[in-house]
Design a protein. Structure first.
Length: 128
């Protein structure tokens, strides 16, 4: 069964590279890429997304606001945040972790580490 991974980042190159790498390593995954939170949210609310990987710093909607909106829509949908900043000046990570965020990846990261994390966070396939 195909699993849908939604990648949200304002860096188009990162989306393209993640899509190529993830789909190469896991052919059973389909990676959808969005360069802003609003477009990603439109896809997420359709109910077809199995996991969201989002950047924190984005121009239209930051990762925390996207996380909050996702959890408001579906509290069970796994979300992984990624950031290129070691220091979080607006405390997005602190707020998100206090709201239940479990996973943060710091850029640059090894693709194998991301794949392992996604494997652990993907919900079991419902065969009913």
């Amino acid at each position: 069964m195909l699993r849908i991974i939604c990648v949200v980042d304002d860096e188009e190159d990162l989306i393209v590279n993640l899509k190529l790498n993830l789909e190469d390593l896991r052919p059973e995954w389909k990676v959808l890429g969005y360069n802003n939170g609003l477009d990603a949210l439109r896809e997420i609310v359709t109910g077809h997304v199995d996991l969201v990987l989002t950047d924190i710093a984005m121009p239209d909607m930051d990762g925390y606001e996207l996380y909050w909106r996702i959890k408001d829509h579906d509290p069970e949908l796994p979300v992984i945040m990624m950031t290129g900043f070691g220091y979080d000046p607006s405390h997005v990570l602190v707020r998100a972790k206090s709201d239940g965020l479990q996973d943060v990846l710091f850029k640059p990261f090894e693709i194998e580490k991301l794949v392992d994390l996604i494997d652990r966070r993907l919900p079991p396939i419902n065969t009913e």
